[in-house]
Design a protein around this ligand. Sequence first.
Ligand code: MG
Length: 380
Amino acid sequence: MDNSVKNIAILGSTGSIGRQTLQVIRNLPRRFHVVGLTAGKNLELLSEQIAEFQPKFIYYQSDNTSKVKSQKSKFLSMEDIARHPEVDTVVIATSGKAGLDATLAAVRAGKNVAIANKEPLVMAGEIITGEAKRCNARILPIDSEHSAIWQCLNGEPQPPKRIILTASGGPFRGYSEAQLDKVTASQALKHPSWKMGKKVTIDSATLMNKGLEIMETRWLFDVPIDKISVVIHPQSIIHSMVEFVDGSFKAQLSYPDMRFPIQYALTQPERVPNAELPKLDWSKIQGLTFEMPDFKNFPCLELAISAARTGGTCPTVLCAADEMAVELFMKEEIKFTDIARLVRQALQDHKPILHPTLEDIIKTDEQVRKSTWKLAGKKK
Ligand code: MG
């Protein structure tokens, strides 16, 4: 095989980022070879992907194996696929904390780790970035804001003065507390500008997503929390900005489409034409506007910032309580405003461990999931 062809494994290939990664790969033929695909429960789509890409290695979570028809692919665990010698780049497209172990396996095997899944970095950022240094792994951000920051910092020898994360504000921007009390899961899932998975879409509606992104920024670019701020930019054209010591800013712009950051993570430092990606039409853009976030009615942002400042196990508590609360909200078991309430309670009840081991993090995660479920009055 041609040496310039990159061998890719996609963990979470049937989710939103996984499907869009395969679209990019389809659009850039002869550059990539898909060697591994893993999925949770969508075995029908996984079977279609296996038929099209013929990966050597597969993994799926569901017991219903009869649906997956593949004589050629070998079944391995996510971690074994992530660390396999035949894999060059691992795309972490899983959701929630599901990608944590595989991310560490990929990092410890010195891979290029293109990461879209926020929670591993939020929960175990210190461990993952430390291991990446030790094992010569590269962590390549796929989250659009972090891809923007990365592109702005490329070629800059000095550290940034400040990083400004942009946020669309989600579907409930400008809503009062009384209005937020009544919103439904289907309303929250209608994001005004981005096409994303369900968990991140709900997190965008609460602004928790931006809080998690502050922590991702902290670890990916080694920038203190106090140098990272958030501005609401409803058009989602500017994907983040970096300010330098001379007062100059750099920003990265495109239509909101996750295939841009996915493609950059896969082809960098090279830029490659892709006819399928939407090009900005300046005659149609009416304006780019900015406003400050509403911390009062969207308390998840402040909760995340305070968890980030304390650090240690606090971000894990935040992630675990949020993942449970979002699940309960999607099942219509709790109100939208209860998400922040449950997260706040979990943080208040927790005694932080400041320099946790991976075991501390996993234990904290399990405890908080259980207690949040109980706090919401549910049995599991
Ligand atoms: Mg993002």
